[in-house]
Design a protein around this ligand. Sequence first.
Ligand code: NAD
Ligand code: GLY
Length: 363
Amino acid sequence: MITEVRVSPQGKPSYSVIISETADFSYLIPFVRNKQILVVSNKTIANLYLLLLENVLKEHCHQWQLCLLQDGETYKNSVSLDYIYETLLRQNYTRDCELIALGGGVIGDITGFAAATYQRGVSVIQIPTTLLSQVDSSVGGKTAINHSLGKNMIGAFFQPRLVYTAITFLKTLPAREFSAGMAEVVKYGCIVDYNFFVWLEKNIDLINAHDPNVLCYAIAKACELKAQIVSLDEQEKTGVRALLNLGHTFGHAIECCQNYVGLKHGEAVAVGMVMATQLSHTLGNLDGKDVSRIKDLLKAFHLPIEIPALIQKPDFIAAMLRDKKNTTKGITLILLDRVGQAYIENNFSQQVLEVFLDCYFGL
Ligand code: NAD
Ligand code: GLY
C-alpha cells in the first residue's frame, strides 16, 4: 500500500511525500544514484533502520557516510550542527551532494538546516521515523536548531527533494512518542478540517491499536492538509501557515521553561492547544462543548492536558514573548472560532494574556 501526496510551494519545485506501509528503500535509488550521500541519524534509529538503507546506498551511490548525533531535543543545537558541517567538509562533500535525515523531527530539522546552509544549499531527503515527523515536521520545509533562549530560533525555510515515510517505523516507536505525534494530527482537525476531527473521534481505538490502514489514512490526510497550507503560504507571510502553530506559543514556552527535558514537543503542544482553546472560549469565541471535545480527544490519545507543576509564570510569559510569530506590535496567538476553524490574533494584549494565565498559575 503506497499513497503519494504532492507538495507544491509557490515558485519552488514540487516534491512527493510517499507513505508506504513497509520500508522499501529501493524507492530512493533514482535520488541517490552516483551521488555523495551523508545520512544524519542517531544511534537509536540507526540501530533499527540503517542496515536497510545501507544496502541501497552501498550499491547505488558514489560515496556515503553516516553522521551520528546524540539523541534528544537538547542536542538540536549549534554543536550538533557544526558536527554535520565538519563531517561534510572533512570528506570533501561538494555542492551536488545529498543529505538524508533518518529520524524524527529533531534529526529532520537539524539536517534540513545543515542542507539549507552548507555551501549555500544542498539537497535533502527526509525519512521521518516518528509519527510527529511523518505528519508534520518532514513536510513543508521548516528547518531549525534551538537556542538556549528560545526554540527553533535559528533556521531557514528549505524544502526537501523527497519525503519517504514508512508506517512500519512506528512499530518500534515508544508509546509516549506515538501519542506526541497524535497531538499534531488532532491539531489539523482543530484548525482546518472538522470532518477529520470527527473521523479521529470515531477511530480512536483503531488508531491506538496502530491499524495500518487507519494510520495510513491519518498520515496521508495530515500531509495533504499541510501541503495545502504550505502551497498557500510557504514562508508564513500571509498568516495561513501560522495556523499550524495552534498551541505552539504556549507549548514552546513550556518546553523552554523545562529546558527541553520535560514534556516532549507533541505533549507540550497538546497542553498548549488546550490553553489556546480555553482562551478562545474565555474570549467568547469557542463553545465550551468544543473545549471538552478537544480535551477528550487528546486524553483518548494519552496526552497531557495540564501545564506541568514548577513552571513559574514570569518565566512562562518571558518565553511566550520570545515566540517567532510575535511582531513589534505584540504577541501573536492562534485561536479557534470553532472546531475546524482557526484564526490568527496578531496583536494580542499582554495584559489580557497575563490575567488569563492566572487561572493556571494562581494569583
Ligand atoms: P525526536 O526526533 O526527538 O524523536 C523522538 C524519540 O524517538 C527520539 O529518542 C528518537 O531517537 C526516537 N525514535 C525516532 N524514530 C524512532 C523509531 N521509529 N523507533 C524507535 N525510536 C524512534 O522527536 P519528534 O517528536 O519526532 O520531533 C520533535 C521535533 O520536531 C522538535 O524539535 C520540534 O520542534 C520539531 N518540529 C518541527 C516541525 C517543522 O515543521 N519543522 C514541526 C513540528 C515539530
Ligand atoms: N509545524 C508548523 C509549520 O510547519 O508551519
